[in-house]
Ligand binder design. Structure first.
Ligand SMILES: [Fe+2]
Ligand SMILES: [Fe+2]
Length: 354
């Protein structure tokens, strides 16, 4: 109770002193990498399994590279017990394959422990084989279930498994909502380390999470229209300021002969910025797939149009908007890029092969 009072007072004080920057802030920053600074190894195969997301359809059919998890997929399975959980959250299991060797890792962890852990069970996620953990950014919908998952599978994780996390990944975030300023949570470093088997690795440069998969590190901002939301805030130096998501990272793979696979969390830094950063970082212009939350829910139509136009110009073979992309933007991607568009549903396993 005392903490809540202090928090409210703190927010009130920030508002009163004008520390809260709400509108018109140009998002700046990121790392200006040399073209081709990262020699990303080619993978001969990769799978991305969406453990949780905002949408589930148990009757959706397989489509191109997307293998659905739904009714009838496993003969003999009780349809009452096979339904997956969907939520405002995101979690992926990713596996790269190099020289015949698989390298699996998790990227983001959703919100609801019961739902996410049940999905993991139904999707046969094997914790014993995981080689790394990554977190896209510090919002609760990407790590809410994290600590409980770690605790419940403590015996299965390998010791000293690295958790790669970006700048300000452990700082409290806030959102300005119609009802006032709300905390969007804070993952505490001490809670992670107390578990005793995680090695926290804070990064800001491009870093491999497993062989063949890089985290982008701080993303260079090149588009002038991807400014982020004025309603998303971060606590810095005792004040609430606009969050420029300096430490928000995406995953980049390089599929042999096909090009880059870019996997975003929320893309608050802008999905076009992320993809262009991935191209510059690797020196590879061909993009095979762009997946993830593009944070266009509630966005003005002009922002959606410009984003879709630039992704269309990049011309990936597949575009898979998930999570916070939002219905309006998803339908524009589907209309404008119908041959490349795949509608995600929870449990879908994307099979990338050469
Ligand atoms: Fe999110
Ligand atoms: Fe977010």
């Amino acid at each position: 109770m005392e903490k809540k009072m202090n928090r409210r007072e703190f927010v009130k004080a920030s508002l009163a002193t004008g520390a809260l920057v709400l509108a018109g802030d140009m998002v700046k920053g990121g790392i200006n990498l040399a073209y081709g600074a990262v020699k990303i190894p080619e993978v001969e195969k990769a799978t991305v399994t969406v453990i949780t997301d905002n949408y589930y359809d148990a009757l959706k059919q397989h489509y191109k590279i997307a293998r659905r998890y739904g009714i009838g997929i496993k003969p003999g399975t009780d349809p009452y017990k096979m339904n997956l959980h969907a939520e405002h959250g995101l979690s992926y299991h990713v596996e790269t394959v190099l020289s015949g060797n698989p390298h699996p890792f998790l990227f983001d962890y959703g919100v609801d422990f019961q739902g996410v852990s049940r999905n993991m069970e139904l999707l046969n996620i094997d914790f014993r084989t995981l080689e790394g953990l990554g977190l896209s950014h510090g919002h609760f919908d990407h790590w809410g279930a994290f600590l409980e998952i770690l605790k419940s599978k403590k015996e299965e994780f390998r010791k000293e498994i690295p958790l790669y996390i970006g700048e300000e990944g452990f700082v409290e975030r806030f959102g300005q909502f119609p009802g006032g300023v709300l905390s969007l949570g804070r993952l505490k470093r001490e809670d992670v380390e107390r578990l005793g088997f995680i090695k926290v690795v804070e990064i800001k440069d491009p870093t491999p999470i497993v062989p063949g998969a890089y985290l982008t590190g701080n993303v260079e901002r090149v588009t002038e229209y991807e400014k982020g939301s004025p309603f998303l805030l971060i606590e810095r130096g005792g004040k609430l300021v606009s969050d420029n998501f300096m430490g928000e990272y995406a995953v980049v793979l390089n599929l042999k002969g096909k090009g880059l696979i870019v996997l975003a969390g929320c893309a608050h830094v802008g999905i076009v910025n992320i993809v262009k950063h991935a191209q510059k970082m690797t020196g590879i212009d061909k993009v095979h797939a762009v997946m993830g939350g593009f944070h266009l829910t509630g966005a003005k139509p002009e922002l959606i149009q410009r984003t879709v136009a630039d992704i269309k110009a990049i011309n990936p073979d597949y575009i898979v908007p998930t999570h916070c992309t939002g219905y309006e933007a998803i339908t524009v991607f589907e209309r404008e890029m119908s041959g490349q568009f795949i509608l995600n549903t929870v449990g879908t396993r994307y099979l990338f092969t050469v």
